[in-house]
Design a protein around this ligand. Structure first.
Ligand SMILES: *[C@@H]1O[C@H](CO)[C@@H](O)[C@H](O)[C@H]1NC(C)=O
Ligand SMILES: *[C@@H]1O[C@H](CO)[C@@H](O)[C@H](O)[C@H]1NC(C)=O
Ligand SMILES: *[C@@H]1O[C@H](CO)[C@@H](O)[C@H](O)[C@H]1NC(C)=O
Ligand SMILES: *[C@@H]1O[C@H](CO)[C@@H](O)[C@H](O)[C@H]1NC(C)=O
Ligand SMILES: *[C@@H]1O[C@H](CO)[C@@H](O)[C@H](O)[C@H]1NC(C)=O
Length: 474
């Protein structure tokens, strides 16, 4: 593989152009912030207004002729770790590549509008988000000196990568802009929308079953539901005291417990262990301790480990808080907007008709989530969101697309919204594309930096991906 890669470094120095002041010396620190001007609406709206999108660059491994690895942290703010400390960093090192990570519109400090009101969020469309990345890549190819601090050869090959929601972006970028993006690495991409995503709860249950406590967790959840559904405020208060959670309503308590019990569900499983086993299941191992008491101990321990104050728990759990708060910097609000208007994916308990065991309260249902869509974003928000239309447009756009590497973990809590669902792959890989299920792994583990504790299955997935990337580049 290394020899294939070294053949790529064949471009001539004459092709390099760069701003004179930027040409000399060592590459700037990867924490240096750069900004590209983008239209608020790439499709003619917003009166031609513009905003600044942040990105970071690691040019340490770049040699003229090397590819550009573009990523986005999706709903997270950009940080140097996406370019300095991911599997892509190793790929760039092996292929003399340049690493770039761009913030996604409306997240981090990359805000097209001055607030997060429903009206301001109307420009949060998939088309606009993809067009931002496309505009950057176009500039990177045509006029590299306009975006990079070091000389970069024009028309470099671009590989796009991302995990979880940003894995969607990676796959969609290859589908929509095949002339700009040579290939994409889409790890645990949540490309298949589900209005009622009770499969999220069931995936957690499968993980619990694997580490031996699914039965007792679901028993505990059902015992606590007897209290939550009783309308008895005395019983609710003593349950809250026992679990160490604030005096929220029954349904907000239910939502908070669901969030807390799944805290470790996306932590990587390594040869050193599995956090769902050591920090959740371990509390349920003693049969002489009642399931509810074990549940309470697990929740109290999570609160303590995560250093969550009662005030922080109110912030997480009180769903009436912040309905009218339009301030920038609220990740959950922006994600909620995407759920209300794009893909649903409401993480509900399995509806009773499914007769499935549940690992979250029955009160965490569609009413719990959906009523907030209009309260938060206004009466123009369609309820329920048309997930069928989303899938017809965005899931179907991935059919027949070449050069996409999809991965998914067998223990991924998001698994049934990825290509590698628990009942099989829901897409046929096209030419140059491949789909790999990573046994024993959780969410987007292959994108992490290579480390000695990696599972063999994770290593295998990465080397399959590396081989595919080298084929695309060849
Ligand atoms: C790029 O990432 C590598 C690997 O983590 C790191 O050693 C290097 O310092 C980074 N480059 C810059 C310019 O920060
Ligand atoms: C609790 O209150 C709800 C809503 O008022 C009602 O539908 C439900 O039947 C009550 N449950 C019990 C056990 O009384
Ligand atoms: C609520 O529960 C407490 C404790 O179990 C019980 O003593 C009380 O009678 C219940 N209240 C009602 C209205 O059922
Ligand atoms: C939840 O938020 C609402 C709206 O701000 C507030 O009225 C209520 O007191 C809060 N409840 C708790 C338990 O903090
Ligand atoms: C199980 O819990 C009981 C009651 O708290 C305790 O006496 C016993 O030592 C525990 N057993 C183990 C193996 O930890």
């Amino acid at each position: 593989m290394l020899t294939t890669f070294s053949l790529l470094i064949s471009a001539t120095a004459a092709m390099i152009s760069c701003h004179a002041a930027m040409c000399a010396g060592a590459p700037p620190a990867s924490s240096t912030q750069y900004w590209i001007t983008q239209p608020v609406d790439h499709f003619g709206g917003a009166g031609g207004a513009t905003w600044q999108q942040q990105y970071l660059v690691n040019a340490t491994f770049y040699r003229p002729g090397g590819p550009i690895y573009v990523s986005t942290p999706g709903e997270s703010p950009v940080s140097a770790r996406y370019i300095d400390n991911s599997h892509f960093t190793l790929l760039a090192q092996r292929t003399s590549g340049l690493l770039v990570t761009l913030e996604h519109r409306y997240f981090g400090v990359s805000n097209p509008m001055p607030d997060l009101s429903g009206a301001s969020l109307q420009f949060l469309t998939i088309e606009n988000a993809l067009a931002d990345f496309a505009a950057f890549i176009r500039a990177a190819k045509r006029t590299p000196s306009s975006v990079f601090p070091i000389p970069v050869v024009a028309n470099a090959q671009v590989i796009f990568g991302g995990g979880s929601y940003s894995g969607n972006i990676a796959a969609w970028m290859r589908a929509r802009y095949p002339d700009l993006v040579l290939g994409s690495w889409a790890s645990s991409a949540i490309v298949y929308g589900r209005l009622q995503n009770y499969q999220f709860d069931q995936s957690f249950g499968r993980h619990l079953a694997q580490v031996g406590c699914a039965q007792r967790v679901s028993q505990a959840v059902s015992d606590v539901d007897a209290i939550l559904l009783s309308n008895n405020s005395t019983q609710l208060a003593s349950m809250q005291a026992k679990f160490g959670i604030p005096a929220l309503s029954a349904s907000d308590s239910a939502g908070l417990l669901a969030a807390l019990i799944t805290t470790y569900s996306m932590a990587p499983v390594t040869t050193a262990g599995d956090y769902v086993e050591s920090r959740v299941c371990s509390f349920f191992g003693n049969a002489s301790i009642k399931a509810t008491d074990a549940y309470a101990a697990a929740i109290r321990s999570t609160i303590q480990q995560a250093g969550l104050t009662q005030q922080a728990l109110v912030q997480i759990g009180n769903s009436s808080l912040g309905i009218d708060n339009y301030e920038l910097g609220q990740v959950n609000r922006v994600w909620y907007y995407m759920s209300c208007t794009w893909f649903g994916n409401w993480q509900i308990a399995p509806p009773r008709w499914t007769q499935l065991k549940s690992y979250r309260s029955q009160l965490v249902n569609m009413a719990y989530f959906q009523t907030n869509c209009r309260k938060k974003f206004g009466s123009r928000i369609p309820v329920p969101v048309d997930v069928e239309a989303y899938n017809r447009k965005w899931f179907n756009s991935l059919r027949g697309v070449s050069n996409v590497f999809y991965t998914g973990g067998a223990l991924d809590i998001w698994r049934d919204t990825t290509i590698t669902t628990s009942y099989g792959n829901i897409l046929q890989p096209a030419r140059g594309s491949s789909i790999v299920l990573i046994e024993g792994a959780t969410h987007a583990q292959d994108l992490g930096a290579d480390s000695p504790g990696d599972l063999a299955s994770v290593r295998r997935a990465r080397s399959l991906g590396d081989a595919l990337v080298s084929r695309w580049l060849a």
